[in-house]
Design a protein around this ligand. Structure first.
Ligand SMILES: Nc1ncnc2c1ncn2[C@@H]1O[C@H](COP(=O)(O)OP(=O)(O)O)[C@@H](O)[C@H]1O
Ligand SMILES: [Mg+2]
Length: 242
């Protein structure tokens, strides 16, 4: 009876990679098969959950912890939760994974150059012009997941394509049924055996080969005329803006 159990799909990635789009895409389809669904999008929950929280690394981990707390309450009461949050630090995400258990981490990736081109909100332009000094991927590093359940590359995968990968993972884990999938996709999908148990967080950390995505690389790639050069050795740790 997989459909009686909640879970959290945690979409992490830099701003503009497609987290909200994917969360809403998945949510709409899960509702179609009668699931209770909540989307916790950082753009929407911030006011309620992050009041008084700043932008230091610790503050950002605290904000992720709060979203994770809500996701955990909902998940354990049978809700399918979609979290869409940059959540740049591995430690914060791993803490939520541990607390929630039924946790599907989705790394939504896209080259920074493409994000700067896409810039649907104009925030990259502002960040590169120095108007948002503390911006993940531009002046602050982003720490990619070491072994996410799903990776979506939104520079060459559609929302539908990425969505299908996420549904396949949910099916593999037994969080949705093949009947659900038939209704959602119109296709007969089979669950694949899930690979061996994930290593615990400490082991994962020591074995983590994926490098932190440095902030400076993005700034160099964009070569903005107006922006000041950013040094990789001196991350701007305590300035304002999410
Ligand atoms: N897979 C994709 N391929 C192309 N464009 C996408 C894709 N996913 C999202 N987008 C577009 O990128 C922009 C940012 O998407 P959004 O979901 O708001 O990102 P995020 O929530 O990660 O900041 C939107 O204009 C959206 O339509
Ligand atoms: Mg978003």
């Amino acid at each position: 009876m997989a459909s009686n159990h909640g879970f959290t799909v945690w979409l992490t990635g830099m701003s503009g990679t497609g987290k909200s789009s994917l969360a809403n895409y998945i949510a709409a389809r899960l509702r179609q098969v009668g699931r209770n669904v909540e989307v916790l999008d950082e753009e929407e929950v911030g006011e309620a959950l992050w009041q008084g929280i700043g932008d230091t690394k610790e503050d950002r981990i605290t904000s992720v912890r709060r979203v994770g707390f809500v996701a955990n309450l909902l998940s354990r009461n049978g809700t399918a939760v979609l979290v869409a949050a940059v959540s740049p630090y591995k430690a914060g995400r791993d803490e939520c994974r541990k607390a929630i258990g039924r946790f599907v981490e989705v790394y939504v990736d896209c080259p920074t150059e493409r994000l700067i081109q896409r810039d649907s909100t104009g925030r990259y332009k502002k960040a590169l012009a120095g108007e948002i000094p503390n911006f993940i991927g531009i002046t602050e590093p982003y720490e990619p997941p070491g072994s996410p359940e799903v990776e979506v590359h939104s520079d060459d995968e559609t929302i539908e394509g990425g969505g299908l990968k996420i549904f396949q993972a949910l099916l593999d884990l037994g969080y949705v049924t093949s009947e659900d999938m038939k209704t959602i996709t119109g296709k007969k999908m089979k669950a694949n055996p899930v690979k061996k148990a994930r290593p615990n967080a400490a082991v994962a950390k020591s074995k983590d080969v994926r490098k932190v995505r440095p902030a400076a690389r993005a700034a160099r790639a964009a070569k903005p005329a107006a922006a000041k050069p950013v040094s990789a050795k001196k991350p701007a740790a305590k300035r304002k803006a999410r």
